[in-house]
Design a protein. Structure first.
Length: 333
């Protein structure tokens, strides 16, 4: 049986994932860290997910806590779980993904060892047969314990997924995922990082991100502008943080998330009128922050030029965009 205060609360929002949920829950109930609670939030599913949750909660009543709520989206489901979490630390797992058996044991150990409010592990993308399609190393060439005053470059270099991190619960005392937006991780996780003095990392690829073949092709819409709004929210917290003087890292964050990430989304916007409108919004964003094209082209991530590291097609898209050849881009797309 778990204690009244478990070491880790794992929050799993669920919405219509009947084909993948069992594998996700199997990976969690079999964690080598036994002192955990798994909050499974059924966010208004209308498939067979509810029956799967019921089966697992009956089989593992000491670990799984099932909840049902009306559909409110990913942020709302995560916040619902945060409000009910009893653990000293909180983790998030998407219900179509799964994790390695030792993930939360190692990350909890590192949090305790280094008094870290945030712990990060690597991610690997897998297909539906479990084959690895891509390895995503999060913080290469840095120590296990990272003092942010010494290594604040991670603020602009880090990928801000929620699912490959362990958070001290107190980070959520006054903060929650923003409801009704896309890119909620970009909006919140950097703000949580600004509350940390020390973070820790493991180079193990604990988190398995499933690339689904049955997903409906995503429609790229004006919701992409939420990326820019997310960066704006982070900027406000940055100015009030202990790191407010580190303006170089803030600019690099604006370049990576506000420009490169935004352009990666914009590249798939099919509606031509919307494409131009969003491109204009990004140009205003860039000019308001006095970010020069030269700054963007020279941006280094983990001490390597980011643009040069990209695949050729994406590299050409960015270069044409920065050269102002937007009409040519639309002809090539």
């Amino acid at each position: 049986m778990i204690n009244v205060t478990p070491k880790v609360s794992i929050i799993v929002p669920v919405y219509n994932v009947e084909n993948y949920l069992a594998k996700c829950l199997d990976s969690l109930v079999n964690q080598s860290l036994e002192d955990i609670e798994i909050l499974v939030i059924n966010d208004g599913s209308n498939d067979g997910s509810a029956e799967i949750i019921h089966t697992y909660s009956q089989k593992y009543p000491d670990k799984i806590k099932p909840f049902t709520k009306g559909n409110g989206g990913l942020s709302d489901a995560r916040n619902f779980g945060i409000d009910r979490a009893l653990g000293s630390y909180i983790g998030f797992v998407d219900s179509d993904d799964y994790v390695e058996r030792s993930m939360f044991e190692e990350m909890f150990f590192l949090a305790q060892k280094h008094d870290a409010k945030m712990v990060i592990c690597n991610i690997q993308k897998v297909d539906q047969n479990g084959n690895i399609t891509q390895k995503l190393t999060q913080i290469p060439n840095m120590p296990e314990k990272i003092n942010l005053n010494d290594y604040f470059s991670v603020f602009s270099d880090l990928s801000y997924f929620a699912c490959n991190k362990l958070f001290k619960k107190e980070l959520f005392n006054t903060k929650r995922f923003k409801k009704g937006i896309h890119f909620e991780d970009i909006q919140l996780i950097p703000q949580l990082l600004l509350e940390c003095e020390t973070i820790a990392q493991t180079q193990h690829f604990h988190y398995q991100y499933l690339e689904r073949t049955d997903s409906i092709t995503k429609t790229h819409t004006e919701k992409g502008l939420d990326i820019l709004r997310a960066v704006e929210d982070v900027e406000k917290s940055f100015k009030e943080s202990p790191y407010s003087q580190k303006v170089k890292e803030l600019k690099n964050f604006q370049i990576f998330e506000g420009i490169y990430s935004f352009l990666a989304y914009l590249a798939f916007v099919k509606d031509e009128k919307l494409f131009y409108e969003m491109a204009h919004e990004m140009d205003v964003f860039r000019k308001d922050r006095q970010i020069k094209i030269q700054d963007i082209l020279k941006y280094n991530r983990f001490d390597k030029n980011y643009l040069l590291s990209l695949p050729l097609k994406k590299k050409i898209f960015y270069l044409l965009f920065f050269a102002g050849q937007i009409k040519l881009i639309k002809k090539l797309m």
